[in-house]
Design a protein around this ligand. Sequence first.
Ligand code: ZN
Length: 121
Amino acid sequence: MKNQLQQETFHQLLLAQRVGLLERMASERGGVVGRAEVAADHFGGNEDSHAQVMTQRDAEFAMNEHETAELSAVDTALARLKAGNYGICLDCDAEIPTTRLLAFPAALRCIDCQSFAEKRH
Ligand SMILES: [Zn+2]
């Protein structure tokens, strides 16, 4: 359990991240910059990147998936902050180090459990 000041800091970080994500998603969904341009811009210049062999549709789908997952992690973190269990690993109940949370405010697992979860996929 983090102290009051830390909780307030993480709350602000999460809200800022949430706003940034929503703005990015909105602009990619037909805002000032069209979706296709965003995808082209995103993968431009990486001649050898395997992103190039994906079709444009696949690339956009992958980006959406990533953003949706990121947004849901931010929302979960905000809910946990409110519930008073923010910074506690979802899987092993260990306290997530503050340094990790400062780098990734939406981190829901400790590093060990996160890398384990990623390997499962
Ligand atoms: Zn853990």
